[in-house]
Design a binder for this molecule. Structure first.
Ligand code: GN1
Ligand code: CA
Ligand code: CA
Length: 137
C-alpha cells in the first residue's frame, strides 16, 4: 500500500510544504530539498510567511542567502526579492568574531526566523531544522 504523502498544501498558492526535523547547515538543508525535487522554502507574501511560521514554530532555515554579495539577498529559486519581513535592525551582518556557526565563524549570510515571531534575521551557518517547498506535484 502506498504511504500517505506527508506534505501539507497551502490553500493560498497550492504549493506543498514539508517540515524536516533534522538539524543541518544551510547548504545541506538547501541540497536536501533540491534532491527531493523541491526547494528550501521561499516566502513571497505575508500569508505564506504566516503559513510557514505556524508549521515550523520558527528557528528554521528560510531559502535565501547573501553569501555571494553581502547585502544582496537572493532566494534559492531565483524568484524576485519582493516581500520581506525583517525584524527591527535586521539584516545586520552582526557580531564577528564571537558569532560563530557550525562551519566556523562565517558572516551572517543565511536567513531564518528571528526571536520575534515570524520576523526575519540573518545568522551565520548554524545547524537548524527547515522546511521544503514544492510548487507543483
Ligand atoms: C543577536 O539578540 P539576539 O541574540 O536574538 C542580533 C542578531 C544576530 C544574533 C546572532 C539586535 O540576536 O542580529 O543575528 O544575535 N540581534 C541584535 O546570534 O543585534
Ligand atoms: Ca514560496
Ligand atoms: Ca542578524
Amino acid at each position: 500500500t502506498p504511504t500517505r504523502d506527508p506534505r501539507i498544501t497551502n490553500p493560498q498558492n497550492q504549493h506543498l510544504y514539508l517540515y524536516v526535523n533534522k538539524d543541518k547547515v544551510w547548504h545541506d538543508a538547501r541540497d536536501y530539498c533540491a534532491a527531493r525535487g523541491g526547494h528550501l522554502v521561499t516566502i513571497d507574501s505575508a500569508s505564506e510567511n504566516d503559513f510557514v511560521f505556524r508549521l515550523t514554530g520558527g528557528n528554521t532555515w528560510l531559502g535565501a542567502t547573501d553569501e555571494v554579495l553581502e547585502g544582496a539577498w537572493v532566494w534559492v529559486t531565483g524568484e524576485t526579492w519582493g516581500y520581506s519581513n525583517w525584524d527591527e535592525g535586521e539584516p545586520n551582518n552582526c557580531c564577528p568574531p564571537e558569532n560563530c556557526g557550525a562551519t566556523g565563524c562565517t558572516p551572517e549570510h543565511y536567513l531564518t526566523f528571528s526571536d520575534s515571531p515570524a520576523t526575519w534575521n540573518d545568522v551565520p551557518n548554524l545547524t537548524m531544522r527547515f522546511m521544503c517547498e514544492w510548487e507543483t506535484e
